[in-house]
Design a protein. Sequence first.
Length: 393
Amino acid sequence: MRAKRGIGSAPLKGRRVLVRVDFNVPQDPQGGIADDRRIIEALPTLNHLRAAGARSILMTHLGRPEGHRDPRFSLRPVVHRLSGILGQPVPLADDIVGIHAIELSTRLENGQFLMLENLRFHPGEEANDPGFAAQLARLGEMFVEDAFGTVHRAHASTVGVPKRLPSFAGLLVEREIRELSRLTADVDRPYAALLGGAKVADKLPLLTSFCGRADIVLIGGALAFPFLAAQGARLGATPREEGQEENVRRLVDAARAVGTEVVLPTDLVVERPGSVEPETYDLARVPADALARDIGPATRARFIAALARTKTVFWNGPLGLVEDERFATGTREVLRGLGGVPGFHVAAGGDSARFVQELGAAGSFQFISTGGGAALEFVEGLELPGLAVLPDA
């Protein structure tokens, strides 16, 4: 993908700048911030804006309030944490585009920040309502897109506003484009996609996109179950997506036709009723009452050996039920094994950043994307509306 016009070329001093950030952070049961990683990721852009003397008006969503004001999803905990990280107060405009927001935005001085209340409190955000986008745009003189995790959504703040103001990519978005583009053009081969998680129906387009582009696709987690079932494997009592067998057969045939190798598990770690300790079985011996929870040791060794031959690796999704420590071994060992392989390794999608931290495997990756669906659609080769609207560099 072509680079986008970045904030390095923007005349920022004294200008009111609308900045789309992604501060949709996890919260604890008391409503506090459980993980501020997304705020930290935005700091390069925020510090650049502050040093350049911009008057920054931050916009983000939090949770799914469905277009209604819901105190559970107020940004008050976010601005409290952000103020502490920046070392300066960040006021919160609680009406998004009303009188309070207008007054606070006009009072901003150079290097200061204002946060608008949760964008998704207004039904016009997700509907990309032109009227709401125009109201937002009137608060600023230019726009900076730094919320890579939202650029696959055609919402008012990601598409409507940049159509109305001079627009620039933030430093985080610039880096995401630069690093993820290494997976889509002039890839250093051999190139492997390591995919786990679940929902073949959702990931079938991504899987299909790797046919002919990747040299090898390794599939684990619940994502592998329909593939194994289509080959006649015994999965015991393991739930799996129904109606996908023919789709996955076609995908495997298509991959084979263009020279992409598909590698599936050969053994599984299972959970059985009445037993606390996990058990391991090859696919021909899985008991009828067993629930598959992780890839087995033979599969782990096979995956690691395959990855050792590669120069570029894209990972998305756990290879087992990592929320239960008994079934995190497969993902942990494969990702740690990847750390000993020279090359360019990217983790992307959903909870990938959290998983690699919790599994102690962050050092195995040269880049960990902040995007979930946005990163997957980028790698798949789709046009992302929040990037398409930004001018090229």
